[in-house]
Design a protein around this ligand. Sequence first.
Ligand code: ADP
Ligand code: MG
Length: 140
Amino acid sequence: MATERTLSIIKPDATRRNITGKIIDKLESAGLRVIAQKRQHWSRDQAEAFYAVHKERPFYNDLVAFMTSGPVVVQVLEGDGAVAKNREVMGATNPADADAGTIRAEFAENIEANSVHGSDSAENAAIEIGMCFSENEIVG
Ligand code: ADP
Ligand code: MG
């Protein structure tokens, strides 16, 4: 499988509970490499822009409020088939449906505060990485 890059975000519910290391351990154990990482506190504008694709969804306003409620850790992950591999280790959006051993099964609080974001396609990964990092912050 081809080497890919994907965007990962450790969400405010996880930074609040001081479990970023536990989540990164899951990512690294799955064979993903953290090739860029920074901690940020998003403004409303940043969160709205990032989740613009979900603008029409009923949960959009709550999601923006949640994503600005505390710090996030944004990351670029690299590895073989990194987009799908990250989605696999994350688990389903709703932790009640997430497979045992996945990040969301172990750590998510609920369907909204579900600890991590991961790009859903290589195309969106490139867009999301471009929104969060400049080239010189990514060290492969
Ligand atoms: P994923 O993060 O698994 O790709 P989506 O792209 O569908 O899921 O949704 C983006 C984020 O919006 C989710 O990770 C979650 O934080 C939130 N979300 C999704 N569905 C709901 C819902 N039904 N109620 C509340 N929040 C939701
Ligand atoms: Mg998504």
